[in-house]
Structures are given as C-alpha cells and as structure tokens.
Write a protein that binds this ligand. Structure first.
Ligand SMILES: CC(C)(COP(=O)(O)OP(=O)(O)OC[C@H]1O[C@@H](n2cnc3c(N)ncnc32)[C@H](O)[C@@H]1OP(=O)(O)O)[C@@H](O)C(=O)NCCC(=O)NCCS
Length: 183
C-alpha cells in the first residue's frame, strides 16, 4: 500500500518508502548485526540494494501492508522504518514492526514516536482496532519502545521461536483503539 500520507513525529516525519529511497546506508544498517539481531527475516540472508528494493516494491504492491521510512529533520536519507503488515479488515487487526537501522539515532525517542504515529494512522485512516507486535524477551529496547508508544503486554509465547539457535520467549504487545462502540 502506498498511501499519500506523511506523518509528523517529534523531530522528523514518516513517509511511505519508494524504491529510490533505497541506498547503501539503509542496506548496511540492515546487515549490521547489532541492528538485525532480533530481525529474523532480515538476517536470514545478506541484504542488498536489490533485495531491499524488491521488499519496498512488494510492500507498495501489497494491499495488506504499509512501509514507512523514518526521517529526522536535517538528514537527507531515512534512518529507520516502521511497517504495518498482515492488515486484516475483517477483524480490524494488523501487525507492526520497527527498525531504526542507523544506530546513532537509537535512544532518542524515535522508535516509540514512529510506532505511535503509524498506530494512530492505522486506527484513524484504516479504522483498525488492534495492532500487535512480537518482541524477543531479550529485546528490552523494543519492548520499552512499544510500551512507551501506548502498547500493553498481552501474552507470551514461550519456547516456540529460536533466537541464535535457542528456544526463547516472544512477548506480544498490542495497542487497541479507544472507542466505545464496535471496538
Ligand atoms: C527497538 C528500537 C526500534 C528502539 O528504537 P529507539 O528509537 O532506540 O527507542 P526509543 O528511543 O523510542 O526508546 C524507547 C524506550 O526504550 C528504551 N531503550 C532504548 N534503547 C534501549 C536499550 N538498549 N536497552 C534498554 N532500553 C532501551 C528507552 O529508554 C525508552 O524507554 P522509556 O520510554 O521507558 O524511557 C531500536 O533499538 C531498533 O531499531 N533496534 C533494532 C531493530 C529491532 O530490534 N526492532 C524491533 C523488533 S521487535
């Protein structure tokens, strides 16, 4: 999905990614083991300009996902992404993932701001009612970012997924639209 919408966040904005946004810094960030430690599919193969462009193109063509780039003021290229996927209108649900791939921007509130902006848009524009994210138990930054963005822990999945070859717990967080009727 490629909605013509730019969403402001404190100190920057989100805008749906298009293929010309793919650059070497984005690809290098995705291949950085500190960045992709908890990103299963990203680290499953070496990312390239081609693979990242294919991902952006597939997302634009998909009716069930939106991939935004995260821009900070004064920086020409995006420094992260936030993605709604698995959008399901029947139940009003979707999944969300976030990655600030430029590590110099970690810890500045950008991850939680990007999550909050994309979530608000999903509630208002798509009228979804439940957005969820899974975070490996060891990914404390991710869990705190979701909590700061207004998500609440809903359940754990113990032992189903492997992290670095070992069964671990995935913690699931959800944001629910605050609406009395039909929520
Ligand atoms: C997870 C990620 C998006 C967080 O983004 P960020 O911009 O650094 O996060 P924020 O600055 O918004 O911080 C959110 C919270 O996490 C905390 N936090 C940030 N980095 C942390 C760290 N390394 N360890 C513990 N807490 C951390 C912040 O203090 C803040 O907590 P608070 O709101 O309770 O004060 C970012 O680290 C990232 O892209 N990691 C790699 C990809 C990834 O793991 N994505 C998530 C997959 S589920």
């Amino acid at each position: 999905m490629n909605p013509a919408v730019s969403l402001p966040v404190d100190g920057g904005f989100l805008r749906p990614l298009i293929e010309p946004d793919v650059n070497q810094a984005y690809v290098d960030g995705l291949n950085d083991p500190h960045v992709n430690r908890f990103l299963d599919s990203v680290k499953s193969s070496l990312q390239t300009i081609q693979s990242a462009s294919d991902f952006v193109a597939a997302d634009r063509a998909s009716s069930t996902s939106v991939l935004w780039g995260v821009w900070v003021d004064g920086h020409a290229n995006h420094v992260g992404t936030v993605r709604l996927h698995g959008i399901e209108h029947r139940h009003g649900t979707a999944h969300i993932g976030v990655c600030i791939f430029d590590r110099q921007y970690w810890g500045r509130g950008l991850g939680s701001a990007a999550i909050a902006a994309a979530t608000r848009w999903a509630f208002e524009a798509l009228e979804l009612r439940w957005i969820e994210a899974g975070a490996y138990e060891a990914n404390v930054a991710s869990q705190r970012a979701f909590l700061s963005a207004g998500y609440a822990w809903v359940f754990d999945i113990p032992g189903k997924y492997l992290l670095e070859g070992e069964p671990t717990t995935v913690k699931v967080f959800a944001a629910r639209r605050q609406k009395a009727i039909g929520a």
